[in-house]
Design a protein around this ligand. Structure first.
Ligand SMILES: Nc1ncnc2c1ncn2[C@@H]1O[C@H](COP(=O)(O)OP(=O)(O)OP(=O)(O)O)[C@@H](O)[C@H]1O
Ligand SMILES: Nc1nc2c(ncn2[C@@H]2O[C@H](COP(=O)(O)O)[C@@H](O)[C@H]2O)c(=O)[nH]1
Length: 217
């Protein structure tokens, strides 16, 4: 498919991927679209189910408002077996997956498709022809990561410990050469955001130029 390259945002749970992604969506209207994943985990308070946004007429809003398509293990496993997903993984006791249609819908609208996936997802996407820009968002330290996750107040103690264990693995694998195009340590949020914009600026400019050309023709 032609158009801008997608971007994969990965890194430990609590490192700040969603925070940074929301800044991009806020600052670059009509440039980015979020690939809404499926998951078997329960919705957190305030999270929006993608299924509920499907009848929103403005599809741009639908991409960028939903957090997940919340599903159950049986339905997701069936879809995995049917080849519905580009990639899927088990993380902290739940299934997560990127459906082909979630990515295709965003790309068909000429937007930079953002995929928020764990390190297993990164490995699996590398086996596809998607050719995204790979960015890893890392915390300054395990201690700060634990504090951010605890302060976010979304996890049980069991889930939090699983996420910290997964974070140790992530931090080790992400530092291997060649896995990511850029590793960003999210200490100061504004500095991390500037680095993220810098790695994406070429694709951002492409989308903005195409939009301008369309407006002028
Ligand atoms: N630079 C930062 N300094 C301080 N707090 C931050 C920073 N970046 C993010 N946070 C906070 O850390 C918490 C975790 O951030 P966020 O939810 O964006 O992480 P995430 O990587 O998307 O996690 P998950 O993978 O679990 O969805 C949030 O409460 C967020 O407000
Ligand atoms: N491999 C995939 N990983 C995904 C996907 N969607 C999200 N994630 C990752 O899961 C963890 C936990 O997310 P949370 O929302 O429960 O905190 C985090 O690392 C995400 O990046 C996906 O479709 N595939």
């Amino acid at each position: 498919m032609e158009g801008p390259r997608p971007v994969v945002l990965s890194g430990p749970s609590g490192a700040g991927k969603s925070t940074l992604m929301k800044m991009l969506l806020r600052d670059y209207d009509g440039v980015f679209g979020f690939s809404v994943s499926h998951t078997t985990r329960s919705p957190r308070p305030g999270e929006v189910d993608g299924k509920g946004t499907m009848d929103i007429s403005d599809t741009l809003q639908a991409f960028n408002q939903a957090d997940y398509h919340f599903s159950n293990r049986e339905a997701m496993q069936e879809d995995i077996d049917d080849g519905t997903y580009i990639e899927n993984a088990e993380f902290s006791g739940n299934l997560y997956g990127t459906s082909k249609s979630s990515v295709d819908e965003v790309r068909a609208n000429g937007l930079i498709c953002i995929l928020d996936v764990d390190i297993q997802g990164v490995r699996n996407i590398k086996q596809t022809d998607l050719d995204p820009i790979y960015v890893s968002i890392q915390p300054p330290s395990m201690e700060i990561l634990e504090k951010r996750l605890r302060d976010r107040n979304t996890e049980t103690e069991e889930s939090l410990l699983k996420r910290l264990e997964a974070a140790r693995v992530d931090m080790e694998l992400s530092n291997e050469p060649g896995v990511f195009d850029m590793l960003i340590v999210n200490d100061d949020l504004e500095e991390a955001y500037e680095k993220l914009q810098s790695v994406l600026i070429e694709e951002i400019t492409k989308v903005q130029s195409t939009k301008k050309e369309r407006c002028n023709s």
